[in-house]
Write a new protein. Sequence first.
Length: 166
Amino acid sequence: MPQTTRLFKKPLKPTDITRRLAIPSKSLEFFPNFNEGHTVKLNIRYESRVWPMVCSTRKQGYKKPVFSNGWIPFVRRNRLDVGDVVTLYGEDDEEEFWFRIEVDRATRAPSVDGNLGVSVPNKAKPKTESGKAFNDAKKINLGLVGDQEESVLNLDLTLALPGATN
């Protein structure tokens, strides 16, 4: 049975989901040797997949380690968001050492209009050339992740001003 060590636990901030994941310096002791460089490649397990990532540090002064290359594809593919909490573990079973990440999703508030998080801003007022409102069907594709595959949900939405008729 592998020995598990929690390296860090962190709620995601806007920069963590758009650019890079800043990680605590104390976790560097568990990473492979940087060999006098400032980057090291890591393979991190999440669910049934291995994600290659690069941990980099500053060349001088305070190290300020971050996950850079590989992190943003992980964020996008797994639909991470601000407030989600990631925990990185090191696992050692005497034959090999690996990294594993867990994600605890933040509670998502429902949209104000009670819909599936799809809302149309008040500024969106479709009009004909004469200035009258019209109905315009729009398709929105939402990617849904299942256990093993992606599927697409197509919604046909009609945009119209309040009180407009078909």
